[in-house]
Structures are given as C-alpha cells and as structure tokens.
Design a protein around this ligand. Structure first.
Ligand SMILES: O=C(O)C1=C[C@@H](OP(=O)(O)O)[C@@H](O)[C@H](O)C1
Ligand SMILES: C=C(OP(=O)(O)O)C(=O)O
Length: 443
C-alpha cells in the first residue's frame, strides 16, 4: 500500500452536535469475518463490513492466498473460502499497511499452512513488537525470520502438521490469543489458550458460529479456551455490528460540546469492548441505551448522548482490556472534566499504532491541558467544562485514534487545533469527517 500523503486539518470550536448517525462496522469483527469466511468451504455473505484500509489489507491478503472475495453493488461482501488447510502460497509479500490485527492474526493462520509468507507494513506497523506472536507460534513448529527486535518485515514459514500447544497469555492481548487459536485451526489435536485477564472475545464467538469445536471454561486461573483442530468451518451469513471504538469519539464529542444531543445507532456493546461507556457514566456522562437487541450474535443498542458536566474519575483497572483502544478519547474527556482523572495500568498503549501515552500527553499539553505522564498511563487535570486553550499544532503520529481524538478536543477549544495529519483516519473510519459535518449541520 502506498503511504497516503499527509493531510493537515485545522479544527475550530463547534456549535452543538445534533442528529442521528451510524458508525461503520466493527473493525475486529470485520477482520475475523473475512478470515473465517476464507477458511469455510462455500459462500459466506458479510453485511456491514468496515471498508477501512486495515480491513481491506486483510481482504487483499486472503485474496493473495487464494480465497475469492467480492463486494456487491449492495455493499454486501461475498466470500468463497478454501477450507481450513487450503490457503495457497501468495505470489508476493503481504502488505499489512497500518494494521496490527491483520498482521498478528494472519501470522497465526500461515503458521499451520504449507505457506511461506512475508509480511510488510508502514512505518508505524514496522515499529510494533511481533515477538509476542512469534514466541507461541514458534512452539507449533513454524519458523520465523524478522527484522531486529522481532519487527516487520518478517517471514513466516508455516508447517504441516503443526504441533498443538497450550499457551498462557503473558500479556492481555486478543491478537495474541487469536493468533494461537487460528494456528490451532489446521493443527491436529487440541490447542489451548489460557487467558488470565479476559480480552475481546470475537474470535471465540465467531469460530463457534462457523462450527468450530471450541470450549470456554471460566476457572480461577482465568478463561481456558480449547479448540479442536483440523476444523471444518461452514459458510455463514454475517451481520457486523457498529464499532464501539468508533462510537466512542461521538460519545465524548457530544459530552463536551455544549448543547449537543445525538443518537449513535447500532453500537456493539459486547462487555469485552464497552468499558469506555462505563467510565464515561462514572464521570457523569448522559448516555442512554435505546432499543437493546442482538446483531450477528453480539449485543447492540442505539446510544443517546447529551452534553453533560463531567467529573474526574479513577479509571477502574479491571476495565482496561475492554477499553484499550479508547484511552486516547478518554483522555480528551478527562481534559474537560472537573478535577484530576487518573488512568494507570495501560502500558500496552505504548505499543499501538503510536506510543499513545506519549502522543496524547504531548498533544494535550500543547493545547494547554495539565498532564502528568507515567510509564503506564496519564493523570489529567480537566477544565471543569470550560473550553481548553487549543491554539496549537499537534502530531497524530500515523495513528488514526490520535487524529480523531485531537479533532474532538478541537471542537471545544478556544483557539483552533491543527492536527498535522488526519490521513490515518481512513484505516478505521473513512467517513469520520463527513459524519462530523453532518452532526454540525443537522440542527
Ligand atoms: O484482536 C483485535 O481485533 C484487537 C485487539 C487489540 O489489540 P491487542 O491484542 O494488542 O490488545 C486492539 O488494540 C486492536 O485494535 C484490535
Ligand atoms: C490498536 C489498533 O489496531 P491494530 O492493532 O489492528 O493496528 C486500533 O485500532 O486502535
């Protein structure tokens, strides 16, 4: 993927945000829907797929390993899979762009196939640690050659038959969990993953939906997942719910911009993803769930969010995994709250698309917000509902969530905030700025 040219954007203080909006399909579920459909025999249909650059990188990789994926005029994707074990040798390197999820999950898939694949990515992805996936996957018999520090570009040489492993996650990571499970799909015997701290469970839910024999046991050690390998996956009709990680930006924007009143439709509220909404409510946000229902086996509701006076909170550590991608926008909410918000225990933020602790500390400070930085989080003293100063240029660091978070901060700043590059927003939320314009004009 050619790097997109940088796109600076100046953001001005906004009038009230009003109206109804729909967020795009869930990114985590979209990646998995494409991968599992490509491993089922026959035609699967996927409605509501996120068509962001990250997910399109997964689609391109599945195509180059032999699956057929087509987008219909109706926006529904049809995928004709190859069966577990059926992946073919790709002709060239797999370009993962900016996407950690594509890279780590596909490394797992390739590990137990007769495939040797080289993974490349952009500057952000090439700085991210892959040792956390290489370690368990090496135990299956697959072999790896990576750039120094276990980074991209890296080559995975898969093995058939791979050896089933039992692996206790040393870090709370759904990507590592999923990589091991995906390797287990084409491995004879039982692959077991022990997860001391629960992380997003979309792989488990969807694999079972596709007919895999996967059991989940809750014990004192944590969750034990046991997957029977050499699985036969049956094609599915999938409806992807809206992404709570995308809804998070609007929930905070409406909370901090006076007079706002919005409804975010079709938001996935799986408990392993919905931590931010819980913390915002602890802070006094006005978020009401409407029409709670199930979409594609996931709990979903519409969220009505109205402007509210926010109070500082200590973020409960047990919620960290269920809001890991939402810290940048939580830090923005904290910048407008009354008092000092403390969020610790989130050291994983340092190895995302950017070092999100350092990036948000620098960006908020530049906008006049008092911030203390710790190795594992931030403490932020908020404005008590007043506009923050703004009037600064901030760096998005090739990170979509930093770009969107600082855009939201700029909506309630006294002087314009310039985000140096908003192009990365296209990785997870291509229509973000269109939706913002609609909410600003929908009075
Ligand atoms: O499995 C997934 O779809 C994801 C898992 C999380 O990463 P980690 O597994 O590194 O925590 C999250 O940050 C990422 O956006 C998506
Ligand atoms: C961390 C993220 O994604 P990934 O790891 O897939 O790049 C994210 O979307 O915030």
């Amino acid at each position: 993927m050619a790097p997109s040219p940088s796109r600076p954007l100046e953001i001005h203080a906004s009038g009230p945000l009003k109206g109804r909006l729909r967020v795009p399909g869930d990114k985590s579920i979209s990646h998995r829907a494409l991968m599992f459909s490509s491993l089922a025999v026959g035609e699967s249909r996927i409605e509501g797929l996120l068509e962001g650059e990250d997910v399109l990188a997964t689609a391109a990789a599945m195509r180059s390993m032999g699956a057929t994926l087509e987008r219909g005029e109706d926006g529904v994707w049809r995928v004709w899979g190859l069966g577990v074990g059926g992946l073919l040798q790709p002709a060239g390197a797999l370009d993962m762009g900016n996407s950690g999820t594509s890279t780590r999950l596909l490394m797992g898939l390739v590990a137990s196939h007769a495939v040797t694949a080289t993974f490349v990515g952009d500057a952000s992805l090439s700085a991210r640690p892959m040792g956390r996936v290489i370690d368990p996957l090496s135990r299956t018999g697959a072999s790896f050659a990576a750039a120094p520090g276990d980074r991209l570009p890296l080559t995975v040489r898969g093995i058939v038959p791979a050896v089933p492993i039992e692996y206790t996650l040393p870090v709370a990571s759904a990507q590592v969990k999923s990589a091991v499970l995906l390797a287990g799909l084409n491995t004879p015997g039982i692959t077991r993953v022990i997860e001391p701290v629960a992380t997003r469970d979309h792989s488990e839910r969807m694999l079972r939906g596709f007919g895999a024999d996967l059991t989940v046991e809750q014990t004192n050690e944590g969750r034990i997942l046991s997957l029977r390998g050499e699985a036969e996956l049956r094609p599915q009709q999938i409806v992807v719910p809206g992404d709570p990680s995308s809804a998070a930006f609007w929930a905070v924007a409406a909370s901090i911009v006076p007079g706002s009143d919005i409804v975010i439709e079709n938001v996935g509220l799986n408990a392993t993803r919905a931590g931010l909404f819980e913390v915002l409510r602890l802070m006094g946000a006005d978020i009401a769930e409407q029409d709670a229902r199930e979409v594609g086996g996931e709990p979903v509701a519409d969220l009505r969010v109205r402007h509210a006076a926010l109070a500082a909170a200590e973020v409960p550590p047990h919620l960290t995994p269920s809001m890991i991608d939402e810290y940048p926008i939580l830090f923005v909410a904290a910048a407008f709250a009354q008092g000092r918000t403390v969020a610790r225990g989130a050291e994983e933020l340092r190895v995302k698309e950017s070092d999100r602790i350092a990036a948000m500390a620098a960006a908020l400070r530049a906008c006049g917000v008092p911030v203390e930085e710790f190795e594992d989080g931030l403490a932020i003293t908020g404005s008590g509902g007043e506009p923050i100063a703004g009037g600064a240029q901030v760096a998005s660091k090739l990170d979509h969530r930093i770009a969107m978070s600082m855009t939201v901060a700029g909506l309630a700043a006294r002087a314009p905030v310039t985000v140096d590059d908003v192009a990365p927003v296209a990785t997870s939320y291509p229509a973000f700025f269109d939706t913002l314009a609609a909410l600003q004009g929908a009075d």
